[in-house]
Design a protein around this ligand. Sequence first.
Ligand SMILES: C[S@@+](CC[C@H](N)C(=O)[O-])C[C@H]1O[C@@H](n2cnc3c(N)ncnc32)[C@H](O)[C@@H]1O
Length: 206
Amino acid sequence: MITPTDARAAFFDAIADQWDGWDDLAALAQRLAAGLEALGLERDETVLDVGCGTGNLTLALLARLSAAGRVHAIDASARMVAVARGKIADPRVTWHAVDALRLPLADASADRVVCFSVWPHFDDPVAVATELGRVLRPGGRLHVWHLLPRERVNAIHAEAGPAVRHDLLPPATETAALLTATGLPATALLDDADGYLVTAIKPRLG
Ligand SMILES: C[S@@+](CC[C@H](N)C(=O)[O-])C[C@H]1O[C@@H](n2cnc3c(N)ncnc32)[C@H](O)[C@@H]1O
């Protein structure tokens, strides 16, 4: 039986080789660099890039991190990961072709988790948030981030094909409430024409 998750991975496998041709990569790199600056990414962090696709956020992370920084780049589409690996040869990155529900990472091993342009694709966002919270260290931050406005994201998905037609990005206040309910207190910081950003901070122990 083909599940919605399998169909989505097949959809992204099929478009992986064209993905970078649909964007102005230099302009995207600039916007990502400015965004990471605004998020306060420190130079020696270990960052989880969830739904890394062809690695454009991965590249922006690497440009900002020191030699001590690390990126775990994960994606459910094996072809997306293969394209990213072909573009990026950097020993600071570890690639994983896995679903966000099953991260091959130890508890509390990431300083930061970035869900860039991936949140609407999760069938069970509560389960994913729980898994992301497991790998995030106390005091670490999780971001749900889109450069496009929510309405534009949802319009693109509605027209992109059956596998992602119903992958809708909720209002940022709803995403913040979901994260908060899973133990990751979150704030909706942006949900307008400038894009979408929800940030959660994992509580410190004790
Ligand atoms: C819209 S693309 C964005 C890719 C990349 N973040 C970017 O902005 O270029 C969404 C990516 O998330 C991946 N994805 C979707 N559901 C996933 C899941 N449950 N676990 C891991 N990756 C997933 C897809 O395979 C796809 O590569």
